[in-house]
Design a protein around this ligand. Structure first.
Ligand code: ASP
Ligand code: MG
Length: 422
């Protein structure tokens, strides 16, 4: 039997009325596809996780990660039980299950736990009895029996991981937008909804700032080849499929422009060698959980060189402090910080096939007089770091210059994926 996972985000279960609407949608799908077994994953009602966490924050200045997870996990418990009742009311036999009832086993990193294993037996048994199973997103449990959560926005990860564990045909993600767009509609006037993108492209977009899916959920989908479809729970039609690259028959193109505003650039000046200092710098920052990337080496002269890299803006003062303390040991002249930067990224398999994309990116930016501070590329991405005040202009000019609007999809091209239409 075909298993379909349907994930409803916080806004899609944000009120009792929305919960009824979600249940109706599942009921309609079920009557159209009587052969499909359905697993629903839901987030907490919108605003609920914030509310729960602020209760704890208002209670105490201290953080108790284990207890915070126990508090936060209740949000999904409520929405899922309510959704199961609404499904029963809509004529769909249903049962809600908490992550610990499966269980969904995670490591012990409270508030950002990683899924290690999912036992799907209980779910399979309930499905075999004709039930639609509603599973809590976001939650997990450690081998020792403590509740965990996967980090904010983590219900996407639960849904895709469950789809992988159940070998589901597809995972439908219902949210408040009707698909994945080529750019943020607040910046670009007419972004195009993509009909289909590859897991790889979506992983880049999600990691580089597109908010529609949690990056780790896309990683799971790519690794286990789970087709995803992003849909609006507020309207019918539309949608974006996210599938393995080998299922995309269209010509490779540029699929989207993503951006992040939280960038800063740290420079260490006049190093006489690179490997050893870099080892020291990177391990000191890693110890403080400060991630970095886009490492560049510049200004090589007389055996000396400058090293620059990106750090998240909010952690940049801390990073500077750590590196400054290392300066004597590194034999460097000093360290400096440039804040208020943004990263704008062009994503698409087209970059791999068309050698002129990079030239077009820089000529479009030059046309606007935008100075590029750092560059990094992969075969499906070109990222540039620019002063934050130019971010919007950069997104707009790159979008207008690189995205082919004539390719706007009609309805979802379902023919290449073996799952039923929505
Ligand atoms: N309820 C959790 C949150 O608000 C998880 C999610 O919505 O995906 O972050
Ligand atoms: Mg979300």
């Amino acid at each position: 039997m075909t298993i379909i996972v349907k994930k409803f985000g916080g806004t899609s279960v944000g009120s009792l009325q929305r919960i009824h609407a979600a249940a109706t949608r599942v009921a309609t799908f079920r009557s159209k596809h009587p052969d499909a077994q359905i697993v629903v994953v839901a987030s907490a009602m919108s605003g609920e996780t914030d509310r729960l966490l602020s209760l704890a924050r208002n209670l105490t200045q201290n953080t108790y990660p284990r207890e915070l997870d126990a508090v936060a996990a209740t949000g999904e418990q409520v929405s899922c039980a309510l959704l199961a009742m609404a499904l029963e009311d809509a004529g769909v036999p249903a049962i809600s299950l908490n992550a610990f009832q499966l269980p969904i086993l995670t490591d012990q990193q409270h508030q950002s736990a990683h899924i290690e294993r999912i036992s799907s037996e209980r779910v399979q048994n309930e499905l075999a009895q004709g039930k639609t199973v509603v599973v809590t997103g976001f939650q997990g449990i450690t081998a020792g029996g403590d509740l965990t959560t996967l980090g904010r926005g983590g219900s996407d990860i639960s849904a895709v991981a469950l789809a992988a564990a159940l070998r589901a045909e597809a995972c439908y993600i219902y949210t408040d937008v009707d698909g994945v767009y080529s750019a943020d509609p607040r910046i670009v006037k007419q972004p195009r909804r993509m009909g289909k993108v590859s897991h790889e492209e979506m992983l880049e977009l999600a990691s580089l700032g597109a908010k529609v899916l949690h990056p780790r959920s896309v990683f799971f989908a790519m690794r286990y080849k789970v087709p995803l479809v992003v849909l609006s729970s507020f309207s019918h039609g539309g949608g974006t499929w996210i599938v393995s690259e080998d299922r995309i028959m269209e010509k490779p193109s540029i699929v989207g422009i993503a951006y992040r505003l939280d960038e800063a650039k740290l420079t260490v000046e006049r190093l006489s060698s690179t490997s050893q200092p870099l080892k020291l710098i990177f391990s000191a920052l890693a110890k403080e959980q400060i991630g970095l990337d886009m490492i560049t080496q510049t200004g090589y002269s007389n055996g000396h060189t400058d090293i620059s890299f990106n750090v998240p803006d909010e952690k940049s003062e801390r990073a500077l402090h750590i590196v400054q303390q290392l300066v004597p040991e590194l034999g460097a002249r000093g360290a400096s910080l440039e804040r208020d930067l943004a990263r704008v990224s062009v994503v698409g398999a087209g970059i791999r096939y068309h050698a002129d994309v990079a030239a077009r990116v820089f000529s479009l930016l030059a046309g606007e007089g935008i100075d590029v501070r750092m560059i990094s590329t992969s075969d499906i991405r070109i990222s540039v770091v620019v002063p934050r005040k130019y971010c919007e202009v950069a997104v707009r000019v790159l979008h207008d210059g690189l995205i082919d609007l004539s390719e706007t999809p009609g309805e979802i091209p379902v023919e290449s994926v073996s799952v039923p239409a929505v």
